[in-house]
Design a protein around this ligand. Structure first.
Ligand SMILES: Cc1ncc(COP(=O)(O)O)c(C=O)c1O
Length: 378
């Protein structure tokens, strides 16, 4: 139940036992064209996509160094570790950021974003973290941003490392120019592959102003793909097999059903853990469907609680980041998550709390969760 890497189904793990093939062979062409097609299906896009052999930060960095240059102005909401890192990356390119800072657990509102566009007609781009993994918030108005961005002629770039594949993010319908994710979160593959999609106009921009980096030079990936269906550099082949299998599992279940399952499971976790007396960290309208962050009851020892959960119940959850360390814990709700994971987590948390002398009504927790899981009943 970590906020990533998440559990990887056996079918995906087994896919890595394929022989190491020549990445300049017809076998690789078959594998990679399938990876690209399935990535496009999950991103709901016809845009170019690249599956980088890197963790999520690789795709995020590629999404910045290929797009942003010295002197560009970039609007970016900042409310946690990953949006902070993204802003730093952008500033590292010599760009000027217009930071829409909100306190952790709250997102900038759509009106604040609109106001920022109104006040910065010269903004070259809007960058946003879809799902702030450090605090369990998710932005719910990404379908309405393209209109604002296109009015200003700005590019629209989304870091959805911890959510894509678990909640709707139809890249073409929502007009997202560049979208990045990581395979180890809602896609439920092992860490090490990070896909990125690029719209035709963003691609043109990248080709006109190629980045100085070699490994993350996306135009180089487009060129290789078009000429030979290859990648410019040696890809992490076993991970590529695993990633393809994970995408196949999502597409077999169907995106709608996958999204409904994530939603029902997170509703159940919020309701069930809430009934145990644990309060979500994020404001209700901003709560994430893939990361459930909860405040610790006063005085509860973080390391001891998570240690008990892990050692006695084999349930792994994560602690807080930065100054939230010791104040919150985070439960991942992604990938293969289902009623079993939800109920087991709630009963284990109730038991661990009881072992630490905190009264928690396990029955009430399980009943509240069960109600939210009803939509998933066969
Ligand atoms: C929103 C977000 N962006 C970027 C990253 C970085 O990904 P990675 O740790 O795979 O490099 C993460 C990781 O949790 C994330 O949640």
């Amino acid at each position: 139940m970590l906020p990533g890497p998440t559990n990887v189904p056996n079918r995906v793990m087994r896919a890595m036992l394929a022989p190491i093939i020549n990445h300049r062979s017809a076998d690789f062409v078959d594998l990679y064209t399938d990876v690209v097609a399935k990535t496009q299906a999950v991103f709901e896009t016809k845009n170019d996509v690249v599956a980088l052999s890197a963790s999520g930060t690789g795709a995020v960095e590629a999404g910045v160094v290929n797009m942003v240059r010295k002197g560009d102005k970039v609007i970016i909401p900042v409310n946690g570790e990953f949006s902070g890192r993204l802003a730093q990356l952008i500033e590292g390119q010599g760009a000027e950021t217009v930071r829409l800072e909100t306190e952790p657990g709250r997102n900038a509102t759509f009106d604040q974003v609109k106001e920022a566009f109104d006040n910065n007609k010269d903004a070259a781009a809007f960058y946003v973290v879809h799902n702030e993994t450090s605090t369990g918030t998710m932005v719910r108005y990404l379908d309405r941003v393209a209109d604002l961005a296109s009015r200003n002629g700005a590019f629209y770039v989304v870091d959805s490392v911890s959510l894509l594949g678990g909640s709707p993010l139809p890249v073409d319908k929502w007009g997202i120019d560049v979208c990045m994710t990581g395979a180890q979160k809602a896609v439920a593959a092992p860490p090490g592959i990070s896909p990125i999609s690029v719209s035709p106009r963003a691609r043109k921009r990248m080709e006109e102003r190629p980045p100085s980096t070699m490994y993350f030079n996306l135009p180089r990936y487009f060129k290789y793909y078009e000429e030979s269906r290859h990648t410019p550099f040696t890809p992490a082949l076993p991970l590529m097999y695993a990633y393809r299998e994970a995408l196949s599992i999502i597409l077999e279940e169907g995106l709608e059903r996958v999204f409904a399952r994530h939603k029902a499971c997170s509703d159940a976790l919020y309701a069930g853990l809430g009934a145990l007396g644990l309060e979500p960290f994020a404001r209700e309208e901003d709560r994430s469907v893939s990361i459930v962050a909860l405040n610790y009851p006063e005085g509860l020892d973080d390391a001891k609680f998570r240690g008990l959960l892990a050692s006695k119940f084999k349930v792994l959850v994560a602690g807080g980041f930065g100054n939230l360390k010791g104040k919150v814990f985070r439960v991942g709700c992604m990938g293969e998550v289902g009623p079993y994971h939800v109920m087991r987590t709630i009963s284990s948390v109730a038991a661990a709390l009881a072992m630490m002398g905190v009264g928690a009504d396990a029955q009430a927790g399980l009943r509240a969760a069960e109600k939210e899981l009803a939509p998933l009943a066969p």
